[in-house]
Design a protein around this ligand. Structure first.
Ligand code: SF4
Length: 368
């Protein structure tokens, strides 16, 4: 067993603190399909401090994108937010509002979505409307949230295109998405997301479809604009190199749960959870012997319909403890001596026993 744990039992609830833009608490999202129920999120909790960048990492299918879509209340059918709280604070010191108390089509949600919280989607070609010019789509958001004057909206749209580094923004305003390169389409998406200077930007793998040169330009641009506008960013990615470059804090997700949260330095230099450690070991490094095999995380993510008891990572974990890890769901514990480093793992004492009759499955189902 490893060192160090002060307090146990549950996520630190921070709904009282005033410097967090968003606080997600115990969020559960399920998809009921003909084949069964996919428990996409199983009690996700995290918060994002004002003006900071939180990286959300994990393998495909761990719930990163669904977490972002839940904040926007855009979970696609047949997904349903079953329970949890998503507190949002527009300004420091404001009383937080729980976004889940609003209907997804309510005027309140329409006001928050796009104006206060924006999202950059992974693939701009499928997110931009091919029937409207880029300028038209950016101006639409400005007309909705900033000004009813069409000329002013056009001027603001051209200005934001200029700020995201578009050459000749007056011409780009009148072009259609298919006339732009991948990098320029991504810049157009960023321009649209930033057009109303949001308090929180959710960037869902915004550079995955780009070549490395364009990726570096887009990341630089986002950092610059973030410093200029002072917004917070939730940066969803599976690329740990991008996390090191962009983020202040990191939440590592596995099968619909946050399994470790810490500052970016602690995640890279002192990771606690075996999954985080394995993720870091599997990054290719310069200068390694070409004959050495790259380390991989053994096995794969379980079938999303399966009902695996105990810790969701136990079939793949090198530190697996029979009788404990395969029976008891680890609670979130805080690592001693750190400001905010939490982990869900039985190697760090403090986990509570869940009786076998109600043992939770890897994807959240109660197993009798
Ligand atoms: Fe591994 Fe057990 Fe920790 Fe899960 S709880 S990560 S199986 S040591």
């Amino acid at each position: 067993m490893a060192e160090t744990v002060t307090s146990a039992a549950g996520a630190p609830t921070e709904s009282g603190s005033s410097d967090h833009v968003i606080q997600v608490e115990d969020l559960h999202v399920h998809f009921h399909t003909q084949l069964g129920t996919v428990r996409a999120l199983n009690g996700v909790s995290f918060s994002i401090p004002r003006g900071k960048v939180l990286g959300v990492v994990g393998e495909s299918g761990c719930g990163k994108s669904i977490t972002g879509l839940s904040i926007m209340q855009l979970v696609p059918h047949p997904g349903k937010i079953l329970s949890g709280r998503i507190y949002f604070r527009e300004k420091a010191g404001d009383r937080p509002v729980d976004l889940l108390t609003y209907d997804r089509h309510s005027p309140e949600m329409h006001h928050i979505r796009g104006k206060n919280i924006s999202m950059i989607f992974q693939e701009p070609m499928t997110s931009l409307n091919p029937c409207y010019t880029v300028g038209n789509q950016i101006a639409e958001a400005i007309l909705l949230h900033q000004t009813p004057n069409r000329n002013e909206a056009k001027e603001q749209a051209i200005e934001i295109l200029r700020r995201v580094g578009m050459p000749n923004p007056e011409r780009i305003y009148n072009t259609y998405p298919h006339q732009l390169s991948g990098g320029m389409r991504q810049r157009a998406m960023i321009a649209m997301a930033l057009s109303c200077t949001p308090v929180l930007l959710i960037a869902d793998e915004p550079t995955t479809a780009l070549d490395v040169t364009t990726e570096a330009q887009i990341l630089d641009l986002m950092r610059e604009l973030q410093a200029e506008i002072g917004m917070s960013i939730m940066f969803v990615t599976h690329n740990l190199g991008v996390v090191a470059q962009m983020c202040d804090e990191v939440a590592v997700m596995y099968l619909g749960r946050v399994v470790e949260r810490a500052s970016v330095d602690e995640i890279f230099y002192d990771p606690k959870h075996p999954y985080t450690q394995a993720l870091l070991r599997s990054i290719p490094r310069l200068g390694t012997n070409r004959k050495e095999h790259l380390e991989v995380i053994k096995g794969s993510i379980p079938d999303p319909y399966s009902t695996l008891p105990g810790c969701p990572f136990h079939p793949r974990c090198p530190s697996f403890m029979p009788g404990t890890c395969d029976r008891i769901v680890p609670e979130e514990t805080i690592i001693a001596g750190t400001v905010a480093h939490s982990v869900r793992c039985h190697l760090y004492p403090g986990s509570t026993f869940v009786p076998p009759s109600t043992t939770e499955s890897a994807n959240g189902a109660a197993v009798s």
